[in-house]
Design a protein around this ligand. Structure first.
Ligand SMILES: Cc1cc2nc3c(=O)[nH]c(=O)nc-3n(C[C@H](O)[C@H](O)[C@H](O)COP(=O)(O)OP(=O)(O)OC[C@H]3O[C@@H](n4cnc5c(N)ncnc54)[C@H](O)[C@@H]3O)c2cc1C
Length: 351
């Protein structure tokens, strides 16, 4: 059982900034995310796109914003359960909540902050009849541990940035990489498209276009896939892994069954006060919530996280008063023993 003060569901920008704000109040956080890496939409959908409306950053790449948020909250030593989806929540007699993931990991906390954005991202699956039989047996929709492909034969399908980036990366790891796409054109960064072209020209990868994977074969695990090129007879490619990278579609998912008030696929909260849901102790912040005038913007998630942490403090330390202090005045004490503070004024005579 993982125990913490605030259990955050969703490690997007809102969830990550919550760790920092909670840390200022000496509250510990643990984050659960269905994706294998933190950053939410910023890391998964548009890491290389510049954002222009983050206060004090005239321009910052979404991936760099994630790195900065991780750097900022590191001192508060957050725990992470990554690559697992929060599935169920149970209220205990002592008022705490136990959240269990799809892989059975249990987490207990007196406060739950749902920062689930558009929901957990579910992979778009190709329409191949028996594909589910091979999931985790050679078919993977996301790459969590690139090392597992070392010296293996890999077939990647897709035509976007993920398919291009992983083809480039795995070209140096796997024994053989084949990229299959249903069009000749790829939609991705120009430098990635050019790099894949170079790898193909150098014979380091196989490119099969325009083509689709039409069947998977194997005895208990993937052994080959069937490729069908336009106007040609299907043929087999022997492989250890088949990785369809057709993007992810967000779904509110299991959270929708937690007894929370939902409106248009978002969780209703009390925005006049603290972003608490209809269940006391469960808050919803960032893109996942709704209230009159809601804007799905990163800076709004930061604001909501800040107010939510103040309310969480009152639940965790009932009766204790917290007096807001500027970090410039109080400094920041990390849970890792670090201390940041503005230089003190000195009293010194001038001769
Ligand atoms: C292309 C694009 C461009 C954008 N440009 C801007 C911009 O310029 N400025 C701006 O302010 N905003 C922009 N946005 C919106 C911005 O990205 C979102 O407002 C922001 O990501 C919301 O952050 P969040 O942390 O609330 O949610 P998200 O970033 O969506 O993160 C939520 C996380 O929760 C996880 N999750 C959900 N449910 C579960 C579950 N049950 N179990 C485990 N994990 C779960 C998801 O996997 C996800 O990682 C843009 C969005 C897109 C798609």
């Amino acid at each position: 059982m993982i125990t913490t003060d605030i259990l955050i569901i969703g490690a997007g920008p809102t969830g990550l900034f919550t760790v920092f704000e909670a840390g200022l109040l000496k509250l510990k956080c643990h984050l659960i995310d269905a994706l294998p890496q933190p950053g939410g939409q910023c890391s998964e959908i548009y890491p290389k796109k510049p954002i222009y409306d983050i206060p004090a950053y005239p321009e910052i790449l979404a991936g760099d914003l994630t790195d900065k948020l991780l750097e900022q909250c590191k001192q508060f030593e957050p725990g992470f359960t990554l690559g697992e989806r929060a599935e169920t929540i149970e209220k205990q007699e002592d008022g705490t909540f136990i959240v269990t993931t799809n892989k059975g990991t249990k987490h207990q906390a007196p406060v739950v902050a749902i920062a689930g954005g558009l929901g957990s991202f579910e992979p778009r699956k190709p329409l191949i009849d028996n594909i589910v039989d091979y999931e985790e047996k050679g078919v993977e929709y996301m790459i969590k541990e690139p090392e597992m492909y070392r010296d293996k034969r890999v077939v990647i399908a897709g035509g976007g940035d993920s398919a291009l980036d992983w083809t480039i990366f795995l070209a140096d790891v796997a024994s053989n990489v084949t990229l299959v796409h249903r069009r000749n054109e790829f939609r991705g960064h120009l430098d990635s498209v050019e790099k894949v072209q170079e790898l193909k020209n150098a014979g380091k990868i196989n490119l099969v276009t325009p083509a689709e994977i039409t069947a998977i074969n194997g005895n208990g695990k993937v052994e080959s896939i069937e490729v069908t090129k336009k106007d040609e007879a299907p043929y087999l490619i022997e492989t250890d892994h088949f990785i369809p990278l057709f993007g992810l579609s967000p779904k509110l998912g299991p959270i929708a069954n937690w007894g929370l008030e939902i409106e248009k696929n978002a969780i209703k909260v009390n925005n006049a006060l603290d972003y608490q849901t209809n269940i006391p102790g469960i808050f919803a912040i960032g893109d996942v919530n709704t209230y009159p005038g809601k804007l799905k913007l990163i800076l709004c998630g930061f604001h909501e996280a800040t107010l939510m942490c103040q309310a969480a403090y009152k639940i965790i330390h009932p009766g204790k008063r917290y007096v807001l202090k500027y970090t410039t005045v109080s400094g920041v004490d990390g849970f890792d023993g670090t201390r940041k503070e503005a230089p003190k004024a000195v009293v010194k005579a001038i001769q």
